[in-house]
Each structure stands twice: as structure tokens, then as C-alpha cells.
Design a protein around this ligand. Sequence first.
Ligand code: GUN
Length: 310
Amino acid sequence: MTLLISTTPALARDIDGKAISAQVLDEVREEVLNLARQHIYPALAVLLVGDDPASEVYVRNKLLRAKDVGIRSLEYRLAENASQHQVLELIAQLNADVTVNGILVQLPLPGRIDEAAVIHAIDPIKDVDGFHRENVGGLVQGMEVLTPCTPSGCMRLLQETCGDVSGLHAVVIGRSNIVGKPMATLLLQAHCSVSVVHSRSVDAPALCRLADIVVAAVGRPGLIDASWLKPGAVVIDVGINRITDESGSHLVGDVDYASARTVASAITPVPGGVGPMTIAYLLKNTLIASQMQHEAQVHEHTSASHLMVS
Ligand code: GUN
């Protein structure tokens, strides 16, 4: 009998963000129908300031997906030279509009505009990005609040890949408000031991090699290769970097996919990994926001009728 011994190492399996986001979108579509039976029609307002080409693509995709699942969307565009006052005025108008349930201001904003002032002008109950300090604080305290979409999407990918992540060591690379910090919070809530590695970390690759789960969100194309990974690690690549080389222009992640997949057990490709999950969770958040607002209205109405009879 001849034994065939393969000399090629097993490659990591791909974590299919397209397929998993399609499941999330199906859940959203079903819930939209449920809400319609109660005469609740969720609506999402998306505001783009200026004409950054990458932001244009992201906004277009968000609006298309919203339409796909039956969520009404409203697109607002302001010119590159719009004033902060104009942005704040539009947000005030959307906050006051009871037919609008979610407000998303596409980031980054032109440098003149104070991003924090804009984020904190959004009514926290309509803050479908989960960036308002009230939602950030609530998340850290383990309350049920609107939670940033990309980290929520990454958690779903991990659940589908690993099942229970309790007790695992997760390393988050990057400490942004949009991904790194909320990601670390969600992993902690899921009972992981969490390390956050960043530009000042001493020997980032060595810290990363301790991880069962690696979430990369630094915006540096191909930074993390096989030498950063423990054999069998699960790798979630949040990076979306456009690079141009001899074969043209393409999107790559923060992880060197070809190298990392020789060591990892599972990895998200770019594109087709985390990207579609972000949009799916934005739409899920829009539903959650509209349910929260509906409940708040019912509560207000009930309290008012109590006052009238007492
Ligand atoms: N720009 C890059 N990612 C995001 C995001 O998740 N939300 C918003 N509003 N802008 C972004």
C-alpha cells in the first residue's frame, strides 16, 4: 500500500462574509415585514458631505442594501465647502422628524468640521452608528444600546466560525473609536481575554502571536503576516485599503492574506469578509432604533393618559 503524504500545509478556510451577511439581511427583511404589520416603517437618513470617492461608494452601497430589505432611505448631500452650522441644522431637522429612525453621517468629514460635535448632535436613539458618547458609555457598561456596526458584524463572523469564544485570548490591532475600542469592548463582553495592540506597543508581533483571535483594524495594507500569528488563530481583517501595483488597482486588507492563511485556521478575505457585515448591521441597527423609538412613544402616550385620569 502506498501512503500519500501531502507536503503542502493546510490552508485556513475563508470566513464568508457575503454568505453570513445575506443571512443577517434575511433576518432584517423578515423583521421589516413584521413591523409593517404593526404599521411601523423604519427609515434611515444618510448624510454625505463632500465628494470623497470611497465615501460615495460606501453610501451608495448602504442605500442599495436598505432598498433591498425594504427599509426606506433618505439621502442628503452637502457640498465639500458646507459649514458646520449647515450640517448641525440638518441633523436638528432629522432629529425632530418622527418619520426618520436612523441618522448616519458618513465619515470622515471635511477637516474644517468638528466630527465630535456632529456625532454628539445626533439624538442617541437615532445614532445607528453607535458613536454617540451616550451609546459608547452604555456599551462599556453592558447596557442594550445602539452598537457600532463593524464590530457587531465581526462578532457575528466569530460566532459563526468559533461558536462560543468565552475564555479565548483576542488581540485587537488598532484603537480607533469606530472599530478598535468597541471591538475590544464586545470581545470582553463575550468573555474573551482582550489585548489591544497599537502603534506604541512594544513588539506587536509577539503580542499578536499569543492570540486565538486576531482582529486587525489599522489601515496599513498587508501589515500582519504569518509571522504575527499563532498556528490555528482565527483572523478577522477589517482593513479596506486601495493599492495600485503592476497588475492594477485593488482592495487589500491589513493582513497579508496569502501569508496568513498558511498559519491561521480561518480568515476573512478582502473584499467579501467584514465589508458586507458592516452594512447588514447598519440596517439591523435601523430596525432596533425604530423599535426603541416606537416603544418610547407608546410609553410616553401611556404616561400621558395616566396623567389625564389621575
Ligand atoms: N466611515 C468609515 N466607517 C464608517 C462607519 O462605520 N460609519 C460612518 N458613519 N462612517 C464611516
